[in-house]
Design a protein around this ligand. Structure first.
Ligand SMILES: NC(=O)c1ccc[n+]([C@@H]2O[C@H](COP(=O)([O-])OP(=O)(O)OC[C@H]3O[C@@H](n4cnc5c(N)ncnc54)[C@H](OP(=O)(O)O)[C@@H]3O)[C@@H](O)[C@H]2O)c1
Length: 325
């Protein structure tokens, strides 16, 4: 009798907390037409869709693209309100010029939103195949570039008591591949957490986006294959022998049959979370995006290492000279 009463009380409390959370989460700000948002990596994928989505909502979007073609295509697909500029996030002087441009655009209002989205995935592959430069190539864009952009834009964000939205990944929760990608995303998580704490007194809110697998250029099979072949070519013969001549083929086939099948084509799920982080009165700290992130990768990251090792090993082919652990 008593346990029945306790169970009912707990169920009511949980329901009340969930309803309260949903209501709080749905509160929106207004006045978007007066708010400027700066987004990096807008040539394709999430950044490109977000720029068009926020433009349609009336935001003043400043979209940074890596290529002239990317910028021209985006400008043609958006309203005249959307401005584009060229930016490679590894170029500190380029970031300074972008800050000057944005500063003139926003005036005394400051910058409402900074979305650090630019990123690259390759080189990715067995750690033993990598040189230090292979790690640097990815870390320079995904982590150090993101930090440099954030630091240089902070004064404009402080003026507006604005928002920072950093794109990490489920690869920042569970490291499953060699190369700089997982390292960079773990770094984005840590940088964002410390930034959020430090910026709280200044009214700046920081959110982290953690997408699962989505079909964008970053997961383009041909790109991954070309990069694996580039890593393979200079390897010493004994390392090649240890992996076997068909390792790359096996790796790509396994990728297609396992992770490839988890890829969602609905990238708007990601941009809706980015938009929530910019428009909600109470933005969330972390947005796990996609059913694979919510139900598989993030829960997986809490499992003991021997279990995650077993699961990740089942996604990758065994080197010819290796033994099943
Ligand atoms: N797709 C996924 O499953 C997934 C999952 C988790 C996290 N993410 C993250 O989501 C973000 C966006 O990726 P996406 O999936 O939308 O792939 P994407 O279509 O390849 O977008 C990445 C964008 O970043 C640009 N970029 C690359 N290097 C740059 C640099 N040095 N400076 C400035 N821009 C640069 C790319 O330009 P180019 O196209 O000209 O190279 C592209 O526009 C990345 O941070 C990625 O790590 C993606």
């Amino acid at each position: 009798m008593l346990s029945h009463l306790a169970l009912t009380c707990v169920s009511l409390l949980v329901t009340f907390a969930a309803v309260r959370w949903f209501i709080r989460d749905s509160y929106k700000l207004d006045g978007f037409s007066q708010k400027h948002v700066f987004i990096t990596g807008c040539d394709s994928g999430f950044g490109n869709l977000l720029a068009k989505q926020l433009d349609r909502k009336g935001f003043k979007v400043i979209a940074a693209c890596l290529s002239e073609k990317g910028a021209a295509d985006l400008a043609a697909a958006a309203s005249p309100r959307l401005k584009t500029l060229l930016l490679n996030v590894t170029d500190s002087a380029g970031i300074r010029s972008a800050v000057d441009f944005v500063s003139r655009e926003v005036g005394e209002r400051g910058l409402w939103g900074l979305v650090n989205n630019a990123g690259r995935g390759t080189p990715i592959g067995p750690t033993e195949w990598m040189q230090l430069e292979d790690f640097m190539t990815v870390l320079d864009v995904n982590l150090l570039g993101l930090i440099d952009v954030t630091l240089q834009f902070l004064p404009l964000l402080k003026k507006a008591r604005g928002r920072v939205v950093n794109v990490a990944s489920i690869a920042g929760r569970a490291a499953m591949a060699g190369g700089g990608y997982c390292l960079s995303k773990y770094g984005v998580e840590a940088f964002s957490d410390s930034l959020r704490l430090n910026m709280l007194p200044f009214g700046i809110k920081v959110s982290i986006i953690e997408p699962g697998y989505f079909k964008t250029n970053i997961l383009y099979n041909d790109l991954i294959e070309a990069n694996l072949k580039k890593l393979w070519a200079p390897l010493p013969q004994d390392v090649k022998d240890a992996y076997g001549a068909t390792y790359i083929e096996d790796f790509l086939r396994m990728f297609d049959n396992s992770l490839g099948k988890l890829c969602s084509p609905d990238i708007a799920k990601v941009t809706r979370c980015m938009e929530h982080a910019l428009t909600a009165r109470h933005p969330r700290t972390r947005y796990g995006v996609g059913w694979d992130a919510k139900l598989f990768w993030i829960p997986l990251s809490y499992l003991p290492s021997f279990m995650t090792d077993f699961i990740f090993n089942s996604f990758t082919p065994l080197p010819k000279a290796g033994r099943k652990p």
